[in-house]
Design a binder for this molecule. Structure first.
Ligand code: ADP
Ligand code: MG
Length: 479
């Protein structure tokens, strides 16, 4: 295959909009979907004479993310002006730390089918967002909404260290999980609060120098990043095979037909005439501030995962499922304060998450107290009802009346499993008598029929027969 000759090289730039109450340098609100130009004070509008004031919360969020991503945090920090003209940039420059990032180095650990890998980061820096140009409203005019102007962003930039679309997918999934975990950013790519540009080049496998890169902008979902990398990678390989040069370009991805198209070429570096922002003093991050911030951080998912595997003996899969989302992990932690049946508690978490999805509620408002959930966990561990029955029928019953005990619900719904061997033998005998042909087949070697007999017993017992015992009795009687 043609691809085997080449290697893709990918570097991702992610802009994460921070979950702060106010903008980076003024008190304007930050809610998404507000009426256009309603979150715009004189500062957002860049009226002459206005001055920026640093929002301290932004530094805190940058440091938190940097610590979580194993970066080194720079002590002496300052902002710079990145000068360019665009109608949605009222000041004519963007205040950024592009040249002097607050966080340097670091990595994000990912897992793909090819195994585990630490994706190297180049930097994380703070900057303000620009406004939004809306071209679709009227063909003669472009509308400008400045609500977004001055919103705080963190730009998280990787080294050119990714080599497949799967790695890029895993990286973004992990990064989104972490920014959500830390309450840094809501990670919503559709609403644009997390945006990704993918830099892509190709080279012969084994080559050391980097090929000419193309930057694909405006990718609005993790799936589209993956698809864009695949489409652009194929295009670059086809060009190279034909002996045509790759032009350094900014491109866009059209998800409808899975192709990229050129926006502008980028032959020489843009001249942004960076210089230190004179209206904002440098700021310093000392050891004491770092310690304080570290202490206020939640336990990271990777630490919880290790605990679930080594202390709770859960599988890697269960541990990963429980730590995909901090709210899930928080609930699980509360449940296991009241029970040490960890595997059963993990199974119940799946049932709880299904309930939340079906009823379209957030897990933080799941209606049962953790002690009730723990009592369900403990009850299913006794084997008196199957987990399936309990999770479908008992969960709803307990939500309807949380004052009941698990035992009383099971009794009143007539769910207690029949584990009286005599009763089970009765149903087994009936089933064997009613299916002589199948019994013959079973005895001549078709052992797979056991499930059919067990199903019949289940029917006759109206679902109450203890299936483990049923199988045991069936095997005895049939042999
Ligand atoms: P710019 O602002 O010009 O886009 P940045 O340094 O912010 O530059 O980002 C460049 C991104 O592109 C980084 O993620 C980097 O790893 C990646 N990159 C740089 N050169 C290449 C290349 N030849 N192929 C693929 N990715 C690259
Ligand atoms: Mg770039």
């Amino acid at each position: 295959m043609i691809h085997d000759k080449y290697e893709l090289v990918i570097g991702l730039e992610v802009h994460a909009q921070l979950q702060t109450e106010s903008k980076l340098f003024c008190g304007d609100g930050t809610s998404f979907g507000a009426q256009p130009n309603t979150q715009v004070s004189a500062i957002s509008l860049a009226h002459p004479g206005t001055l920026p004031v640093m929002n301290e919360k932004v530094i805190e969020l940058a440091v938190k993310l940097g610590l979580a991503l194993n970066c080194s945090i720079v002590q002496e920090n300052y902002f710079a002006r990145k000068n360019y003209f665009y109608p949605d940039l009222p000041k004519g420059y963007q205040v950024s730390q592009h040249t002097a990032p607050i966080c340097q180095g670091g990595y994000v650990s990912i897992q793909t089918n090819d195994g585990k890998k630490d994706v190297k980061l180049n930097r994380i820096h703070m900057e303000e967002d620009a406004g939004k140009s809306l071209h679709a409203q009227n063909e003669l005019y472009t509308s400008i909404d400045l609500n977004r102007a001055g919103m705080p962003l963190l730009e998280i930039v990787t080294e050119p260290d990714l080599h497949t679309s799967d790695e890029a997918y895993a990286y973004l999934t992990e990064l989104r999980k972490l920014v959500r975990w830390l309450d840094v950013c809501d990670g919503n790519m559709e609403e644009g609060s997390m945006r990704c540009d993918a830099n892509i080049s190709v080279r012969l496998k084994g080559a050391v120098t980097l090929g000419t890169r193309v930057e694909v902008k405006n990718l609005n979902s993790i799936r589209n990043v993956k698809k864009a990398i695949e489409a652009e990678g194929a295009r670059l390989i086809a060009l190279t095979e034909k002996g045509e040069p790759v032009i350094q370009q900014t491109r866009s991805f059209n998800a409808d037909n899975n192709t990229t198209f050129a926006l502008r070429s980028k032959e020489k570096a843009d001249d942004y005439r960076y210089f230190p922002e004179p209206d904002l003093p440098p700021f310093f991050i000392n050891a004491e501030y770092l310690e304080k911030t570290k202490a206020a951080m939640p336990v990271l998912p990777v630490v919880l995962q290790q605990k679930y595997i080594s202390q709770y003996q859960l599988s890697e899969y269960d541990a990963a499922q429980l730590t995909n989302d901090k709210d899930d992990a928080d609930l699980f932690e509360m449940i296991v304060e009241h029970t040490n049946h960890y595997k059963a508690a993990a199974n119940w978490m799946t049932a709880i998450k299904n309930y939340c999805t079906e009823n379209n509620i957030d897990i933080t408002v799941f209606p049962l107290h953790e002690t009730n959930i723990a009592s369900l966990v403990n009850f299913t561990e006794t084997g008196k009802v199957s987990f399936n029955t309990a999770s479908t029928k008992m969960l709803n019953a307990m939500i309807a009346d949380p004052s009941q005990t698990a035992e009383s619900i099971a009794t009143s719904l007539n769910l207690l499993q029949e584990s009286n061997e005599g009763a089970i033998e009765g149903w087994v005998n009936e089933v064997i008598a009613s299916m002589p042909d199948k019994v013959k087949e079973y005895r001549s070697g078709k052992k797979g029929l056991l499930g059919l007999f067990a199903g019949e017993v289940k029917k006759r017992s109206k679902g109450k027969a203890d299936m483990q015992l049923t199988n045991k009795v069936l095997i005895e009687k049939l042999s």
